[in-house]
Design a protein around this ligand. Structure first.
Ligand code: ADP
Ligand code: MG
Length: 249
């Protein structure tokens, strides 16, 4: 069963065809990596999934519903959540408050009542926030101010902020970019833990092959705006087309 279907997607920026004829299907509850050289169109593709860009051609379907023409927040409410390259957290709020805010935003209906019970630490909002913090091993840091967290913990917090919205599909654009090896390995472990604990699908754009091979079940190689190969990690290593795309051989 595929949760995300991308069919014949094309996107042009002026004279540049950034994406052409992209067909890609992401199976439910898998980790699917999208790799490819700089400028291949990876971020453009991701932006077409979250409503930041509208493709010129083709279709994008999530759980059988078209995403095209929907606003980013609508797509988010449908269960698609994006993790940014640099953590977007509320620096001067506590860890707990950071998790409560997206939880409220994800609910429709009586925001004010929810906000009130959250401030008073009542009901399921508190319980949900704490359960998520437990999932990412940050419960003991819930009273800390976010700006004082280590880089790795900021990443964990941002992940918690995504997870509290209960996404079905998590989109990650180079989640380990700029990280030292230890933080990268931490992020790999965190994503594995999340995957084990929840029904969640991940589509991950990543440069670091160590991350890709540690997590991905399927790998799509994008080159010059078009998928070149889709394979399992075992079959992608040494694939002639992949070598060609990366090394120009
Ligand atoms: P990747 O994420 O794989 O490195 P991008 O999707 O960022 O690649 O970019 C694909 C191509 O589209 C690049 O040549 C880039 O310069 C171009 N591009 C991306 N965004 C824009 C934009 N908003 N306007 C014009 N060109 C863009
Ligand atoms: Mg990019």
């Amino acid at each position: 069963m595929s949760i995300l279907e991308i069919k014949n997607v094309g996107k042009r920026f002026g004279g540049l065809q950034a994406l052409s004829d992209v067909n890609l299907s992401v199976a439910e509850n898998t980790v699917h990596a999208i790799i490819g050289p700089n400028g291949a169109g990876k971020s453009t593709l991701l932006n077409c999934l979250v409503g930041k860009l509208i493709p010129d051609t083709g279709s994008v379907t999530f759980q059988g519903q078209s995403l095209l023409g929907r606003k980013p927040h609508e797509i988010n409410q449908m269960g698609v959540s994006r993790v940014f390259q640099t953590p977007e957290i509320f620096a001067d709020l506590t860890v707990f408050e950071n998790v409560v805010i997206p939880s409220l935003a994800a609910r429709d209906g009586s925001f004010r009542m929810n906000a009130l019970s959250a401030v008073r630490g009542q009901g399921d909002i508190r319980a949900t926030a704490e359960a998520i913090l437990e999932d990412v091993n940050m419960l003991d840091k819930r009273h800390m101010i976010a700006s004082s967290l280590s880089r790795g913990d900021k990443r964990r917090l941002e992940m918690a902020m995504c997870l509290v919205q209960n996404p079905k599909l998590l989109l990650l654009d180079e989640p380990t970019a700029g990280m030292a090896r230890a933080d990268t390995n931490n992020t790999i472990d965190l994503l594995k833990e999340i995957k084990d604990k929840r029904d969640i699908t991940m589509a991950i754009i990543e440069h670091d092959m160590h991350v890709v091979f540690s997590l991905a079940e399927r790998i799509t190689v994008l080159a010059q705006g078009t998928p070149l190969v889709e394979e399992t990690p075992e079959n992608i290593k040494g694939h002639p087309k992949v070598r060609e795309a990366y090394l120009g051989e």
